[in-house]
Design a protein around this ligand. Structure first.
Ligand SMILES: *Cc1c(COP(=O)(O)O)cnc(C)c1O
Length: 319
């Protein structure tokens, strides 16, 4: 699998941004470690999802490209697939719940994708995507449970190790586990002693429970502010990969997530969405006790102006 990540890295060259790695002395002093942030909020389309989407879609045959692709997501994966579809001239359809945030729908349409509404009360997005796949011969590009997606997502950690060399610990946000599996495989292949820890919101702790009990847990529509991690469970591929390669899973409170977004904005001048701030939340709340050299994947920066201004004006204003 590491070979797949290495190949993905070559495929992404010149297409994905090699995102910057940032540091922050204030944070280092307060947590007593040396922290390196891999800034995927500065990736194309605003999240690491571009990596997996490009890696998967660029490998389709001419015939598959001619027929078009379909995906289901209301968030960053939809935008990434739509952008890659435009770049590679592949017709793209995205199935989104009718109540998806208007900005995300607008961004997806702006990249040229056709958005199809569905009623989440009546059917599932997978069902709709499967019907359209059968009707039109589309290829489904799933958000995380696909080896090319997982390999693409693993390239962010790969680049981080290339740039900063040895790390003692790597903190990775977890939703469906695509980013976490890919990151863990990259980390363990490059630096077997690096501890890889997945971070989830307390309110969406399905993967943490699944990890500790070794049976798949599901959580339905978790009301967390970290919308990138609201997926109901790990996948058929990501669950065993997480069990095999990840050292631990931890959860953070909604308050800790909000404080992390504030910290990233006020101290580091970075616009990071709540899901992207999970690693920082784990450090600031001491949910993870950091030592030595710690890598943190900042997974995305797509946040509504309204939500950002609400977060910035809530609680204690400057951490
Ligand atoms: C998709 C996403 C996640 C979760 O990634 P998975 O591969 O589903 O675990 C975390 N943060 C952001 C910003 C995302 O877009």
């Amino acid at each position: 699998m590491f070979e797949r990540i290495r190949t993905a890295r070559e495929r992404l060259r010149g297409h994905a941004n090699v995102t910057p790695v940032m540091t922050c002395r204030t944070l280092d002093e307060s947590v007593g470690a040396e922290v390196f942030f891999k800034c995927e909020n500065l990736q194309r389309a605003g999240a690491f999802k571009f990596r997996g989407a490009f890696n998967a879609i660029s490998q389709l045959t001419d015939e598959q490209r001619d027929r078009g692709i379909i995906t289901y997501s209301s968030g960053n994966h939809a935008q990434a697939v739509a952008l890659v579809g435009r770049l590679l001239r592949v017709r793209t359809t995205v199935v989104m719940p009718g109540n998806a945030p208007k900005v995300k729908r607008a961004a997806t349409e702006a990249y040229g994708a056709t958005v199809i509404d569905y009623d989440p009360e009546k059917t599932t997005r997978e069902e709709i995507a499967n019907i359209l796949k059968t009707e039109h011969g589309y290829t489904i590009i799933p958000p995380f449970d696909h080896l090319d997606i997982i390999a693409g997502q693993g390239t962010a950690a790969f680049e981080l190790f290339e740039e900063v060399k040895a790390l003692d610990m790597l903190l990775v946000p977890c939703g469906g586990g695509g980013l976490l599996s890919g990151s863990a495989i990259a980390a363990k292949s490059i630096e077997p002693t690096c501890r890889v820890i997945g971070i989830e919101p307390e309110l969406a702790d399905d993967a943490t429970k699944s990890f500790h009990t070794k049976t798949l847990h599901t959580v339905k529509n978790p009301p967390t502010i970290a919308d990138g991690t609201r997926t109901p469970s790990l996948g058929e591929l990501t669950f065993p990969l997480v069990l095999q390669h990840v050292d631990d899973m931890r959860t953070v409170s909604e308050t800790a997530i909000v404080e992390a977004v504030q910290f990233l904005f006020y101290r580091m001048k970075m616009v990071v969405e709540p899901s992207g701030a999970l690693g920082v939340a784990a450090l600031l709340s001491a949910e993870v006790s950091a030592t030595g050299r710690v890598g943190v994947i900042i997974s995305g920066g797509n946040i509504d102006g309204d939500l950002m201004s609400k977060i910035l004006s809530s609680g204690k204003k400057r951490p």
